[in-house]
Design a protein around this ligand. Structure first.
Ligand code: PGA
Length: 265
């Protein structure tokens, strides 16, 4: 596969943490901390994204727009539907209207706690693309899957199911997040992440062509910290990280982003 440069993405998934006031303080602090890193390592580096709760998005949008911050943001989920009688759901159009760049799709907590199926996620993926959002499709195996099927089988099957009806050259991101590594403190090894990321990229090439596969960023997620990010970022097929717990600590999250900038320059 051709060697291409993909802009790394360091994404913070806040989950159900930080209200809108805390979100403003956190994004402001993140910006100051990143500015030092950008000063130290130059403009080249990672794109930095945060995924706040829905109720924070308007505040985050206003802050980023008013102060022209070099931080992008997205929703943690979207409805597969356009509008109507779907109590509690948020449409892709609403997210786009708040200037979201990205939207997470199929995070393991959505799959497990809300029973989201691959078929439903395929519809969410289409809706995100339709509304001009970049889907960040989360895939990953449980500890049992790992034992029975090995590391790649379930993530690849989830990817295939979501991309089944997709044509053209969609702009999307894949986050490989082994379920056993999320919030456990036990990250995959960089070699494990690379092996699955390479298999996922080959699957995108098979389904959507080499060009899309080369352009698609594949993140690793699951207990990423500033102390282990280096190993992941050295892998040729790992283009960044989806960070949960450590993204709530601004200094730690900025260190993760800063390290990548250092490596990339
Ligand atoms: P973690 O979560 O970094 O706390 O393991 C990652 C995620 O759920 O996206």
């Amino acid at each position: 596969m051709a060697q291409v440069s993909r802009i790394p993405l360091i994404a913070g998934n806040w989950k159900m943490n930080l209200d809108h006031l805390q979100a403003i303080a956190t994004v402001q602090k993140l910006d100051w901390t990143l500015k030092d890193a950008r000063h130290d390592y130059g403009a080249a580096g990672s794109e930095v994204a945060v995924f706040p709760p829905f109720t924070d998005l308007r505040s985050v949008q206003n802050l980023i727009a008013a102060d022209k911050l070099d931080i992008v943001f997205g929703g943690q989920d979207l409805s597969e539907h356009e509008a109507g009688a779907y109590t509690g759901e948020i449409s892709g159009a609403f997210l786009k209207g708040l200037d979201c760049t990205y939207v997470l799709i199929g995070h393991s907590e959505r799959r497990t706690l809300h029973g989201e199926t691959d078929q439903q996620l395929a519809r969410k993926f289409s809706s995100a693309v339709k509304h001009g959002l970049v889907p960040v499709l989360c895939v990953g195996e449980t500890a049992d899957d790992l034992e029975v099927h090995g590391p790649s089988a379930v993530p690849v099957a989830q990817l295939r199911a979501t991309l089944a009806g997709v044509t053209g050259t969609p702009n999307f991101v894949i986050a490989y997040e082994p379920v056993w590594a999320i919030g456990s403190g036990q990250a995959a090894t960089p070699d494990q992440a690379e092996q699955v990321a390479a298999t996922l990229r080959a699957t995108v090439a098979e389904l959507l062509g080499e060009e899309t596969a080369d352009a698609t960023r594949i993140l690793y997620g699951g207990s990423v910290k500033s102390s282990n990010i280096a190993g992941f970022m050295r892998q040729p097929n790992v283009d960044g990280a989806l960070v949960g717990g450590a993204s709530l600590d601004v200094t730690e999250f900025a260190s993760i982003a800063r390290f990548q900038k250092h490596v990339g320059t």
